[in-house]
Design a protein around this ligand. Structure first.
Ligand SMILES: [Zn+2]
Ligand SMILES: [Zn+2]
Length: 423
């Protein structure tokens, strides 16, 4: 009897982790942490509860809500293999090292150390899209998920059942990547993300155009346009969008986005236009310190920088310089989660990480670029795969999504954290 135990990421976004137990093998699919609350401990997802007796850990992509707890396994003594694409390992390393750095800075007790990352590195098994790897009697096939460079979905064939675990997916083409193609062999159980089960995104091309026009309109005011972006995926996409639309101003790239871009360029197989990205990166200037940042603000310019939700990175420097300049702008490029500095700014006009709070007078607007399927694409995805059963997770609206699917004649469930589903 095969079972799926949900360690987290149920009816919420964050700390995805699913333990697939075939009776013969135990395979852990993703092992992430909750970013808004890294210490979230109802205990379900702790390595002590999961057990270290695993036949393999598979990471769909680098984001910490999927990968953040994996080093913790090695800290607790896990000695087995972790599988992911080379791109995912490379990018996750940046994020893992950053978590250690942040924990040190905040004086928090660390869950894992550099040593654990080394142990992980020794046990990493790099897999590629198109490959199938055996784990005991099961076989795991790797597919491109279209979400961020390196992202994959896993199709596990246990011999008895086929289970597709999507991780985060995007089916539409963006300027950075091609969307995932839901052209799968027979899938019995589809375990899928439902981040935007209640939202339809506007068409990408239209959004890109609106964004580029806004950049041009704001540059005409002679000010700087700050484009806060996630380091992995969004920053590179923005470089490409700016290039495609012929933005005529110096472009800067700052923060962790610089290292992420260098790494992403090593894996052209995940990119739609690798040569264009290479050019856009070489054309962009990368400020090395606050003096250079100050110079970047001197004339009309566009600065693509972390943090994507405004809570740190060089953005924290830039906003102090421009918040009261009406000709300057902040164009956000992704959803701003509740509780973040970006959400607070949109809701109140105040930038809060500063002790006093800055009363922001410059122009600001949110452009809803997303690396996830919207509602329509999620339904189309299920329809294309046509599984026996859908298990919805990684979304606040997972239960509603399942009710809607049931109305369309599908069988499905939206488990809660800690629940075990027999398949
Ligand atoms: Zn993700
Ligand atoms: Zn995610």
């Amino acid at each position: 009897m095969t079972s799926l135990k949900f360690l987290g990421g149920c009816r919420e976004v964050g700390r995805s982790g699913v333990l697939l137990d075939t009776g013969a093998e135990k395979i852990l699919l993703d092992y992430g942490l909750k970013l808004s609350d890294p210490e979230a401990e109802d205990g379900i997802g702790r390595p002590e509860k999961v057990g270290l007796n695993l036949d393999g850990v598979f990471i769909t992509h680098c984001h910490l809500d999927h990968s953040g707890m994996v080093p913790r396994l090695y800290n607790r003594g896990y000695q087995g293999s972790t599988y992911a694409t080379a791109t995912t390992f490379d990018l996750a390393k940046t994020l893992w090292e950053d978590s250690i750095k942040i924990a040190k800075m905040e004086g928090r007790e660390q869950d894992f150390l550099e040593d654990d990352l080394k142990k992980l590195e020794r046990n990493q098994r790099r897999v590629a899209v198109g490959q199938t790897v055996p784990v005991g009697n099961s076989n795991v096939s790797i597919y491109d998920a279209g979400h961020v460079p390196g992202s994959s979905s896993f199709l596990v064939d246990t011999g008895d059942k086929t289970v597709l675990y999507t991780g985060d997916i995007n089916t539409i083409d963006t300027r950075l990547m091609k969307g995932t193609n839901p052209n799968y062999p027979d899938v019995d159980v589809l375990v899928m993300e439902t981040t935007y089960a209640d939202i339809n995104h506007s068409p990408r091309k239209k959004l890109e155009k609106e964004f580029a026009e806004k950049v041009k309109e704001r540059l005409a005011k002679d000010g700087t346009v700050i484009v806060p972006s996630f380091a992995i995926g969004r920053s590179q996409e923005m470089l490409l969008v700016l290039k495609e639309h012929g933005i005529d101003a110096p472009i800067y790239l700052d923060g962790m986005s610089v290292e992420a871009t260098k790494k992403i360029l090593r894996y052209p197989e995940f990119l739609r236009y690798p040569d264009e990205l290479k050019e856009a990166y070489h054309d962009a200037k990368t400020p090395a310190d606050d003096d250079e940042r100050k110079r970047a603000l001197e004339g009309p310019s566009v600065i693509v920088t972390t943090a994507g939700m405004l809570g740190g990175g060089p953005f924290a420097y830039y906003i102090k310089e421009i918040y009261d300049e009406e000709n300057c702008s902040i164009l956000m490029t992704g959803y701003q989660v509740e509780g973040t500095a970006g959400r607070k700014l949109l809701d109140t006009g105040i930038y809060e990480p500063e002790k006093q709070g800055l009363d922001v007078q410059c122009y600001y607007e949110l452009f809803d670029f997303s690396a996830h399927c919207g509602r329509k694409e999620l339904f189309d995805y299920v329809k294309a795969i046509d599984p026996e059963k859908v298990v919805a997770m990684h979304g606040d609206e997972a239960e509603n999504f399942i009710s809607d699917l049931k109305e369309r004649g599908y069988d499905g469930v939206a488990p809660s954290n800690g629940e075990e589903v027999q398949i």
